[in-house]
Design a protein around this ligand. Structure first.
Ligand code: GLP
Length: 263
């Protein structure tokens, strides 16, 4: 099977809810699932839905293994803008997941290449990622794989672009305080996840989404590599879908999914 499935929902709430349902269904069927998480504003509501499902329906995350895409280098995990803080604040702290089941790249490691290798090893020894949640940067990056990233890259150090540092300035009280370097899963790493769930919301994502889905596969739009993924689900609100050409077709396909394929 090779497929990119484009799903357009009426708004960010519906898109986030469907994303949460896809994750929840997977965890129900496989309580020891390996899940890959992303940070940023985009998945916040999806995470709120997961917390709600945990609280109200007893969705159990106690046996999952979690991996995160990326982390800033040189930032203490306790820093409020670290992705460690983000994940515990917005998700892990509310779903009773044991500490030792959480794997976030260690931006404070004294030997960064060794930490990257170890991270890859841990993914492998856990059996590989079942579902990787992704957001997308305005320049088409996933994780922190900025344009020109090797399409087969592994977990490694990357240098952020000026645009990405600007986009994260708010978290650091000014873009000049945003770290220059990060550790990120590579595009090759992400491509090995059994399913990728790319969520994009709002007008600012319309262009990179159109390039990702309908443009050429190119390192200049790192997310476009997902066209080669065995199972990539791209979950959009109307705004993020607004620059796509074949929206009628994507809607038609979704509305006529055979029952056994429905979420
Ligand atoms: C960062 C993260 C990405 C995220 C992107 C978009 O670069 N490393 O994983 O997808 O920001 O963030 P937002 O969802 O806030 O637009």
């Amino acid at each position: 099977m090779g497929a990119m499935e484009v799903i357009i929902q009426s708004d960010l709430r519906q898109a986030s809810l469907l994303g949460a349902r896809i994750i929840a269904r997977h965890v129900q069927g496989k309580p020891d699932a390996v899940l890959g998480f992303a940070t940023g504003k985009t998945p916040l509501l999806l995470y709120q839905f997961l917390v709600q499902m945990h609280r109200e329906q007893g969705l159990d995350f106690g046996r999952i293994t979690a991996f995160n895409l990326d982390e800033y280098i040189g930032l203490d995990p306790s820093h409020p803008a670290s992705f460690h803080s983000y994940m515990w604040k917005n998700l892990f702290g509310h779903i009773a997941i044991p500490d030792e089941r959480v794997n976030i790249p260690n931006g404070m490691a004294p030997d960064i290449p060794a930490a990257c290798r170890e991270f890859e090893e841990t993914i492998k020894s856990s059996g590989g990622i079942d579902i990787q949640i992704l957001g997308i940067g305005r320049d088409g990056h996933i994780g922190f794989n900025e344009p020109s990233s090797s399409l087969t890259s592994r977990t490694r150090i990357k240098t952020l672009t000026a645009e990405t540092r600007k986009d994260h300035g708010e978290d650091f009280g000014g873009e000049e305080n945003v770290p220059l370097h990060v550790i990120t899963m590579g595009l090759g790493t992400i491509m090995e996840s059994r399913t990728c769930l790319l969520l994009a919301l709002g007008k600012a994502k319309a262009r990179p989404i159109a390039q990702t889905i309908e443009g050429p596969i190119t390192a200049m739009v790192p997310a476009s590599i997902l066209q080669l993924h065995q199972r990539a689900i791209v979950l959009l609100d109307e705004e993020a879908a607004s620059e796509l050409k074949k929206t009628d077709y994507y809607r038609w396909v979704y509305d006529h999914k055979p029952n056994w394929q429905k979420y």
